[in-house]
Design a protein around this ligand. Sequence first.
Ligand code: COA
Length: 322
Amino acid sequence: MTMINGYPVKIAGTGKYIPEKIMTNFDFEKFLDTSNEWIESRTGIKKRHIASKEERCSDLAFKAGAAALEDAGISAGELDLIVVATDTPDTYCPCTAAKVQGMLGAEKAGAYDVIAGCTGSLTAMLTAIGGISSGVWNNVLVIGSEDFAEVLDWNDRSTCILFGDGAGACVLSRSDDENVRFISGELLADGKKYDLITIDKEDGRDSPVLRMKGSEVFRFVNTHLPAFLKDFCDKSGIIPADVDFWVLHQANTRIIDGLFKRLGASSERTLTNLENYGNTSAASLMITLDETMKAGRIKSGDKVVFTAFGAGMTLGALLYAA
Ligand code: COA
C-alpha cells in the first residue's frame, strides 16, 4: 500500500461513450440454452451494449476521452499523457492510446496501454496519479475502453452473456486544493491464478477468444477482495463503514452484495449500472465513475474508495478525498 505524497492529484473531469446497439437477455434466448431469468438472477445483468462492426476500441475510447476533456474544461493540447486500459486493443502494436492521441490531436501527450483485465483502468489511474504527484505530468487522460465482440465465443453461454462494450474516461490533474486529493493506492496480483480468465489463441479459431472459469473467479473474488479492502482501509487509516462512497467494478451484483456484507459497509453508498451494461471490464470503473459524478452522488469532503478486480488475477484500490 502506498500513501500518495507529493503534489495533490484530483479528478478534473469524467466522460463516457456507450455504443447504440442493445442486446437484452431475451436476445440470447433465441440462440443459446439460457434464459433471462437465469442471467438476471445469477448476475444482475438485464442488457448490454454492443459496438458496431465499424467501431473499434479506439473509437469508443476517443469519444469517452473527448467527453472527459470537455467536462474538465481543458483542451487535448494540455494533456501530458493518455493511457488506455483495455483487454481488447485495436492491435497488439501500436498501442490504442497512441491512436487516440492522434484522434484527439493531443500533440504534447505521450501514450501507452495497460492490460490488467478489469483492474486496468484502476491500474492506469494509480500510475498516472504517481506521475502527477511526483511532478512528471500535470494532466493525464485515463480511458477504459472495451470492444468485446471479436473475442467472445457466442456459443459459450457461460461467458458471452456477461460482457458488454463501452468506454469511460477521467482527466486526472494536479489539484490546487490540498484537501481534494488521492490519499492512497494499492495494486496486487495472484499470478498463479493467471488461467482463470484469459483471451488467447485457440486451435480452430481465427482470433483470440475469451475463456473464464466463472465459479473459480467468483470464489477467488469473494475470498480475497473483502480481506484486501479491509487491509487497504486499515492501512489508509479508515474503516469500511466510514467510507462515504464506493466506486466499484461492475462484474456481478451477487459479488457486490456479498462484498458489502463482508465489509460491514452500507450498500446504499454505491452506484450500480451492471443491469444496463453487463461487465465492461476495463471500462466499467470509468463508466461507473462518470455516472456517479454526473448523478452528484459524491459530495465535497467525501471519502471515496475505488476498487476493481479481474484477469491476472489482479486487484486494486484507491482512496480519494473529494
Ligand atoms: N444460462 C443457463 N445456464 C448456465 C449459463 C447460462 N448463461 N451459464 C452457465 N450455466 C450453467 C452451467 O452450465 C452449470 O450447469 P450444470 O450445473 O448443469 O453444469 C450451472 O449453470 C452452474 O454453473 P456455474 O458456473 O457454477 O454458475 P454460477 O452460479 O457460478 O454462475 C457466473 C456463473 C459466471 C455467473 C458466476 O460464476 C460469476 O459471476 N463468476 C464471476 C465472473 C466474473 O465476475 N468475471 C469477471 C471478473 S472481473
